[in-house]
Design a protein around this ligand. Structure first.
Ligand SMILES: [Zn+2]
Length: 274
């Protein structure tokens, strides 16, 4: 599948009144990385509008007039309350994650590892390498180095697991849980499964066009003097995903934080006396 497509601009279309606002991006037609699913969705949309050969993205929402008349308008205060609550919770989480990352010192953790823990991390293959009594020491070292290369994620996970056993990290986690407690209960009360909220976009603002990544190939900038209008988009909130994301544990930490493994191999090889 392709994840990039030629994009010259965007057409915001109102799903109610069919009003269309067309925006040109700086740089004219450029390959823009929107993601596989989005390329497919855009192909379907340009087929629907009968404009297959025109390099414009379609974005279907509600224009501001139709939004004013929509049921979302009446529910606006509650929706804003939900969005602000979620933003606050994610900000708290980010703050705690940063505090934890500042405490995680991979080399300090690995330097107190016992040979027994290293065996647990590297598994049976290590036993086999050491079990061969006739193997030359240099060969043994090479094989362990190769094993270490293949076990990057196990090593990183073990470092994070140990970091989370540190009393100071446990304190940050406990503090985070206390801080978010009240907001979390409030969110549970407000948020229904599959809740639809409204996301606002201004047509003349730069936009990251990929839902998963941000690079210079995914952000496009409308040209000076582009029409300035607001469009409103439905976004379905996956409440169980949000509650899952807000957890703070080894797994969620390792999803977001890349542990620095520099110097770790040397420490392990030293412990194994190779
Ligand atoms: Zn409209």
């Amino acid at each position: 599948m392709m994840s990039s497509m030629p994009v010259k601009g965007k057409r915001f279309v109102c799903s109610e009144c069919r009003k269309m606002v067309q925006i040109e991006y700086e740089g004219g037609v450029k390959m823009t990385q929107v993601g596989d699913m989005e390329v497919y969705r855009q192909m379907q949309l340009s087929e629907y509008f009968g404009t297959q050969s025109e390099p414009y993205l379609y974005d279907i929402g509600l224009c501001s007039q139709c939004y004013e008349r929509s049921p979302y308008k009446k529910d606006e205060e509650r929706i804003i309350e939900i969005i602000e609550l979620i933003d606050r919770l994610y900000a708290e989480r980010k703050r705690s994650l940063e505090e934890i990352s500042a405490l995680v010192e991979p080399k300090a953790i690995a330097s107190v590892w016992e040979v027994e823990s290293i065996k647990n991390i590297l598994g049976e293959r290590l036993e086999t390498i050491f079990g061969d009594k006739h193997m030359a020491k240099s060969k043994r070292k090479r094989q362990v180095e190769d094993l270490l290369r293949r076990k990057r994620s196990d090593i990183a996970n073990a470092l994070i697991a140990d970091a989370f056993r540190d009393g100071r990290v446990a304190e940050i986690v406990a503090d985070y849980e206390v801080r978010i407690e009240e907001n979390l209960r409030e969110l549970e009360r407000l948020l229904k499964e599959g809740e639809i909220v409204i996301k606002v976009k201004r047509t003349d603002e730069p936009e990251n066009l990929n839902s998963y990544i941000v690079t210079q190939d995914t952000i496009r900038y409308p040209v000076e003097g582009s029409a300035k209008e607001y469009f409103f988009f439905e976004v379905e909130l996956d409440s169980s995903q949000i509650f899952e994301d807000l957890k703070m544990n080894e797994e969620s930490f390792s999803m977001e934080y890349t542990i620095d493994l520099k110097g770790i191999d040397e420490i392990i090889i030293g412990k194994l006396q190779l």
